[in-house]
Design a binder for this molecule. Structure first.
Ligand code: C5P
Length: 238
């Protein structure tokens, strides 16, 4: 095991525009608990994880009310930003008090409740001799069309396309510089790897399970419940 510690950063300051509910998607109820508690729970008991920071919106009235981690001393809080990348940057600032520049930060969406322990372990193992960073991802099964005004402009070569999931893991110092660099260029990156790619690096793709969905639309909630149920059954039979 290297001396570099592993921290978790959970951006949870989104309002869930696409979901269209009054409650942000990370606070919707899934089998009796808010979605975010599953996202945090995937890491909090893991022996390789040093601590966690959760990034919350300024008008968040749900965290203290609903999360079982609200009073947890290992879960720091940081203020949200206008876009996900700004929220992540704020979370990194909060971690910088305790974490070293070459410590790993695993950024994981609050709205991804079905991360499998085996996927997390595969990502952590990949970091042991990784010079840049790595992300969980899944090869695309469908043929992908590029659209223009409702018509097909191009068909993209499927064999080279992957869906980017989280966690995405980078050294704290590198990710901070990468997000600052993207911001200076007025680019709104939608994941952490994109910011690091803009610096010319090529993060490693680690194949993960398709269970690791992001709650985005109402139909995703029963699907997440199904995946969690199946994971519990798998564990019971191990
Ligand atoms: O909107 P999207 O699905 O990309 O959000 C991914 C994650 O980023 C969610 O967990 C959401 O709460 C978080 N987020 C954030 N700050 C924002 C926007 C999104 O922390 N301003």
């Amino acid at each position: 095991m290297s001396h570099r510690r592993h921290w978790v950063l959970i951006p949870a300051a989104g309002v869930g525009k696409r979901f269209g509910a009054a409650v942000p998607k990370q606070y919707l109820e899934l089998a009796g608990r808010p979605v975010i508690d599953y996202a945090i729970g995937a890491f909090i008991g893991h022996p390789a994880i040093a601590g966690c920071v959760v990034v919350l919106g300024s008008d968040d009235g749900w965290w203290d009310e609903t999360s079982r981690y609200a009073g947890n001393a290992r879960v720091l809080r940081a203020p949200g930003g206008a876009e996900r990348c700004h929220s992540v940057r704020n979370g990194l600032d909060a971690l910088a008090g305790q974490a070293a520049d070459d410590d790993w930060v695993l950024v994981h969406d609050a709205a991804r409740p079905c991360l499998r322990r085996s996927d997390l372990d595969r990502l952590l193992a990949a970091l042991a001799d990784e010079p840049v960073g790595a992300l969980l991802a899944v090869p695309i099964a469908d043929t992908v069309k590029q659209a223009q005004a409702g018509r097909v402009a191009a068909t993209l070569p499927r064999s080279a396309l992957w869906r980017a999931y989280t966690p995405q893991a980078f050294p704290l110092g590198l990710l901070r510089s990468a997000l600052a660099h993207a911001e200076q260029q007025d680019l709104i990156v939608t994941d952490d790897a994109s910011a690091v790619e803009l610096l010319g690096h090529r993060p490693a793709l680690i194949e993960g399970s398709t269970d690791n969905i992001k709650i985005t639309r109402p139909e995703d909630l029963p699907l997440a419940a199904f995946f969690l149920n199946r994971q519990a059954q798998d564990q019971a039979t191990c």
